[in-house]
Design a protein around this ligand. Sequence first.
Ligand code: ZN
Ligand code: ZN
Length: 307
Amino acid sequence: MGFNGDGTAAAPTTFAGLVSYAASHHPEFSTMEQYWWAHYAYWQNSIISTGLLAFWSHELVYFGRNLPWIVADALPSVFGRYKIQGAAKQPTAAQQWECVKYILLLHVFAEIPLMVAFHPICELFGLSVEVPFPTWPTIAGQIAVFFVIEDAYHYWIHRFLHWGPMYKNVHRIHHQYSAPFGMAAEYASPIETVLLGIGTIGSPILYGALTGNVHLWTVLIWVVFRQFQAIDAHSGYDFPWSLRHVLPFWGGADWHDDHHRYFIGNYSSSFRYWDILMGTVAGPVAGAKRRELKRQKEQARLAAQGS
Ligand SMILES: [Zn+2]
Ligand SMILES: [Zn+2]
């Protein structure tokens, strides 16, 4: 949609003016679409427009989603009974603050360059920023696919991060907390942020490159969901109403807490099936099952040799 298309309206210069221009010329747009269009028209530079959207939505969601977890951690008498590793493992205020400072630095120095590069990458792979947005069923279907792709990528890269040299030099920072909490979700080396971030951003880019049908709006919503997933998985809380009780293949905090606690196993991000299929479920019960299976195999091998 451009200006003066009908030869009557002059280009508004303020953001509010652009919003009302979009509203009067395209009443069929939703409010969100009007704001989206006005945002791109206001900055007149897609790299800045996309970069600002990506950065601020990330900050807002990261710290906004963590607020309820910080409140829960500050009220162990109320929420302590839902804490997977017990109320004694609550993070201190100093640990929360340490994470806030580190993550702000990480976002500024490691993520801003990524976000500046984001729009050219989106354009290269044919992701759209035009209004109107895709329909909600399209958005929901694509996000479900991104969850599956990201989870597979995350499983293998996370396993790789547990390989000796990678662990020692990169992944150890993220494992500083054996009882994780929401704010620690992105507490990681910048190398890890980039490596695992490729899974989050790469999933829609790959899908867009293959289908030519992905909108940046869908990508932003997907990243919000992915942030919720990562923060909630690190929250340390398992409630009777947590998603894993509704979707048995969903990981959640119950799953990722065991990764931090036992250090080996549960490498996937959103779902459980990769670890189940690959025999890498964390914890003493799964470990005992693995050992028993190994023992049975060994016995069968010896029996075959003896016969
Ligand atoms: Zn790990
Ligand atoms: Zn973690």
